[in-house]
Write a protein that binds this ligand. Structure first.
Ligand code: ATP
Length: 303
């Protein structure tokens, strides 16, 4: 299907100041994000944050009030042919088989009979291709929706809350499918979710959106560093304590955050910092280890 024709650094989707206003409501407010080839980009936000509006605007389903969205480096709407999407619930003909559904949609998006069989196998519906879609579980319907989105060999798949409402087994199936398509077929993803932990296992980059605004864009690695274990120290004289502790740790690993001294990337016994400070005549009134789950980080960001 799709080969890795472009290097990992190539930009697949880039928005610049994308906005969508409904009257006075700013559903999307000046959002600029970049998705590179090979990314699984997690767009994270609470209900009503603007995720669907963002995706629809990128897809041209909703007209932007201002700003631009480039697909594969161009504003040309023809490039939307390189994008597959599953927005909200999949539009499926329940009375028809999975295969017939794909056949109908292949007339719009392209794809031969061989492509249809291959895609059905890819999404794990190869053995139920002749079964009516109305008999499918929610997870199977989602997979059929993804199969439809895969018609036409897209380079980018946009999935709006694909895991919403699924049971743990269904969630795992969709996650495994996304990883397979990304690693083996070279598909880049933009996926929305209101739960960070759902994408925490697969996303390579995150955009946090709230009230239509992008709060932060971070890579999975940066997010992991933010959440990893830290030592928190509080004293009556934090400046002097900071100067003393700085002599013992890498300067990149020590910061003043929220009025405390924070030391990251540190597996040392925390008692040694107490000993050092006391030896310098500084009484320690706070000393503990802290780590954050992805969900705690998300809640801290969006409230
Ligand atoms: N056609 C519309 N007319 C007016 N307001 C709209 C329209 N579409 C969306 N909105 C508003 O824009 C805001 C963002 O909605 P959007 O559906 O993009 O959020 P979301 O993050 O996808 O949330 P959810 O997960 O609940 O779908 C909401 O306040 C919504 O009510």
């Amino acid at each position: 299907m799709i080969q890795n024709e472009v290097k990992n650094t190539n930009v697949v989707l880039k928005t610049s100041g994308l906005s969508k206003h409904y009257g006075s409501k700013k559903s999307l407010d000046n959002v600029s994000i970049t998705i590179n080839q090979g990314d699984i980009y997690g767009l994270i936000g609470k209900n009503g944050a603007g995720k669907t509006t963002f995706m629809k605007t990128c897809l041209g389903m909703v007209q932007a009030t201002s700003g631009t969205c480039q697909i594969l480096g161009s504003n040309d709407p023809k490039n939307l042919r390189k994008v597959g999407a599953l927005i909200e619930t999949p539009s499926i003909y329940g009375g028809l088989s999975a295969k017939k559904n794909l056949k109908i949609f292949s007339k719009i998006y392209g794809g031969t009979d061989a492509d249809i069989n291959r895609i059905l196998n890819l999404v794990g519906l190869g053995n139920v291709g002749n079964r009516k879609a109305q008999k499918f579980s929610l997870g199977m319907r989602q997979r059929l929706g993804i199969a439809i989105a895969l018609l036409g060999n897209p380079k980018l798949l946009i999935l709006d809350e694909p895991i919403n409402g699924l049971d743990p087994a269904g969630i795992k199936e969709i996650r495994d499918l996304i990883i397979y398509l990304n690693k083996e077929e070279g598909v880049t993803f933009l996926i929305s979710s209101h739960l960070l932990d759902e994408l925490g296992k697969i996303a390579t980059k995150y955009g946090f959106i709230n009230d239509g605004q992008l709060l932060e864009e971070v890579t999975a690695k940066e997010l992991q560093t933010q959440c990893e274990k830290k030592i928190i120290i509080g004293t009556k004289d934090n400046q002097t304590a900071y100067n003393i502790i700085s002599q013992y740790v890498n300067s990149n690993d020590i910061t003043f955050t929220n009025g405390n001294i924070e030391i990251k990337n540190n597996d040392d016994n925390i008692c040694q910092y107490n000993k050092i400070l006391v030896e310098h005549g500084i009484a320690v009134n706070k000393l503990y280890n802290k780590s954050q789950s992805l969900e705690e980080y998300f809640i801290e960001k969006v409230g």
